[in-house]
Design a protein around this ligand. Structure first.
Ligand code: HEC
Length: 149
């Protein structure tokens, strides 16, 4: 039931504050916040990936549960990329703040891919899920190649 705890934790963390408008006490908190969200997103995304790659048996219910977390958590990291975090040590490249439109576009591409992948997971066709997973992974990589050290 770890998955459910994660969802409840995030739901309560976001309660009363529009998740995308999260406010931070200090730049360190913003960095910790975005890294935590990205870490969780990565964990749940790779659980579906393991099924897509055939490393673990496909279980439609588990895949859907994981994708539901990815759908929610993928909304969160971006609010943590505030300009005042540029001096905090992290893997974020400085061009995030000089090429913000490009960064936002990369984010939107990934969110679109995640939404499309979520639909294939709901439909349950493993071949389609595999293709959608690869497309989403490519959209993650596209941003990492440009904006992550
Ligand atoms: C718009 C850009 C962008 C997209 C899209 C993106 N990432 Fe990232 N990701 C980053 C940046 C920048 C960092 C480094 C953040 C930092 O160190 O503060 C990062 C860090 C991470 C980390 C490390 C988190 C940690 O523990 O510190 C993981 C895992 C990760 N991303 C997974 C993913 C996955 C999976 C996807 C696609 C579903 C994805 N990312 C999409 C920009 C992106």
């Amino acid at each position: 039931m770890k998955l459910r705890h994660t969802v409840v934790l995030f739901a309560s963390l976001c309660l009363g504050v529009g998740a995308a408008q999260a406010q931070f006490q200090k730049p360190d908190d913003a960095v910790k916040y975005r890294q935590s969200a990205l870490f969780l997103m990565g964990q749940h995304f790779s659980r579906v990936g393991a099924m897509a790659a055939g490393r673990v048996p496909f279980d439609a219910a588990v895949a859907q549960e994981n994708m539901a977390v990815v759908m929610t958590v993928s909304q969160l990291p971006w609010a943590g990329f505030t300009p005042d975090t540029q001096d905090v040590r992290s893997r974020a490249k400085p061009n995030i703040w000089t090429e913000r439109a490009k960064f936002d576009e990369a984010r939107q591409n990934a969110l679109n891919s995640i939404a499309a992948m979520n639909n294939t997971v709901k439909a349950g066709d493993l071949d389609a899920i595999r293709r959608a997973f690869n497309e989403t992974a490519a959209s993650c990589k596209a941003c990492h190649d440009n904006f992550r050290n």
